[in-house]
Ligand binder design. Structure first.
Ligand SMILES: Cc1cc2nc3c(=O)[nH]c(=O)nc-3n(C[C@H](O)[C@H](O)[C@H](O)COP(=O)(O)OP(=O)(O)OC[C@H]3O[C@@H](n4cnc5c(N)ncnc54)[C@H](O)[C@@H]3O)c2cc1C
Length: 313
């Protein structure tokens, strides 16, 4: 990526926060080893729009040179490093659009963490987001991935988004229904930068709200949360589980470099110390090939790879 100095961004908008030479581990829950050249944090949608327009003018391309990231809990960043991350963590406000005894409608900044919203909803006695307990991301990443578990997903509570196209040319609001989402994907939003979500939750008793969260906690018990990882490596194939297939293929605990298929959960790849992204990607390829050969099932990667077009999702 061509070098863009801090001054370049400050001249564009003095309120843009710019960090340079940022370790990739700050934007990857797997603790990737490389370096991100620049991280830019806009504080408003108009500042975000200016930024995207300028990146386009500088002929910097989405995915090749820059990408929006939340907490990086579903990404691997190339060992060669990456150019520019657009980080919306400062756009994290929660505002009430409408509230009555039955429901609560919110506008929430895409940089808001799932945990912050869940705590807010707990206090408001709302259900419908308990599934997110233990999903360590932001709402922007959550809606892009349609993150969830069998207990629920973003598709059931997101009723709209405010977004920009990747070139920053148009800023728009879209109403959404669950039909706009598919399993771990939000197809229409693949080329958007989402900066705000409109979400709807039902009011419930304290007991119901807490039970939803307790149910979600149980699901985490068999996950290797003591080691850096990026959640599920693969989507579950229809009618089966990626973890079951990988385990049945004899790959549990298989190690390449410092990346290992977890002994606790075969759909998790953990970083034992200083794993390279390439190590994790080789394990992913090994699991794919072995499962296809043994069971005739094609696994599809869930984790997104940043900065390596060879592995582009
Ligand atoms: C321990 C652990 C457990 C997990 N459990 C689950 C689980 O149960 N269910 C599940 O679905 N996932 C799970 N994950 C994966 C991950 O947490 C989710 O996919 C999460 O929603 C990603 O959010 P993020 O903010 O970290 O996104 P990132 O990883 O930062 O980004 C993911 C993708 O979204 C894009 N993106 C991010 N923000 C925006 C935005 N504002 N606009 C447009 N695109 C954007 C990025 O470019 C990238 O392509 C888990 C991960 C870990 C580490």
């Amino acid at each position: 990526m061509k070098f863009l100095s801090s001054n370049f961004f400050q001249n564009l908008d003095p309120d843009l926060i710019v960090l340079q030479q940022v370790p990739s581990r700050h934007y990857s829950s797997f603790h990737c080893l490389s370096t991100i050249e620049a991280v830019v944090r806009p504080q408003t949608s108009s500042s975000l729009q200016l930024l995207l327009q300028e990146l386009t003018r500088q002929e910097l391309m989405w995915k090749i040179d820059w990408v929006p990231l939340g907490k990086g809990s579903n990404v691997l960043i190339s060992d060669r490093g990456f150019g520019l991350v657009v980080d919306l963590s400062l756009m994290n406000q929660i505002s009430i659009v409408c509230e009555d005894e039955n429901e609560l409608i919110l506008d929430v900044g895409a940089g808001c963490g799932n945990g912050k919203l869940l705590q807010f909803l707990r206090k408001k006695r709302c259900k419908g987001f308990g599934f997110s307990f233990g999903i360590p991301g932001t709402l922007g990443g959550g809606v892009r991935m349609n993150a969830g578990t069998p207990l629920g997903s973003f598709s059931q509570c997101t009723i709209g988004v405010s977004a920009l196209d990747m070139g920053g040319q148009s800023m728009f609001d879209r109403e959404l229904s669950s039909k706009d989402f598919s399993y771990r994907d939000f197809p229409a939003g693949r080329d958007w930068v989402v900066f705000r979500l409109r979400m709807r939750f039902a009011k419930a008793s304290e007991r119901e709200v807490e039970r939803e969260i307790e149910d979600a906690k149980v699901k985490r018990a068999n996950q290797p949360l003591h080691l850096p990882n990026f959640g599920s490596a693969f989507k579950n194939p229809p009618g089966d589980f990626a973890a079951r297939l990988i385990e049945a293929a004899g790959l549990k605990e298989r190690r390449i470099g410092d990346a290992q298929i977890s002994s606790m959960h075969a759909n998790f790849i953990v970083n034992l110390n200083a794993a390279k992204t390439e190590d994790a990607l080789q394990l992913i390829e090994l699991a794919k090939t072995t499962v296809r050969k043994k069971f005739g099932v094609q696994l599809h990667r869930e984790v997104h790879v940043i900065g390596d077009s060879e592995y582009d999702s």
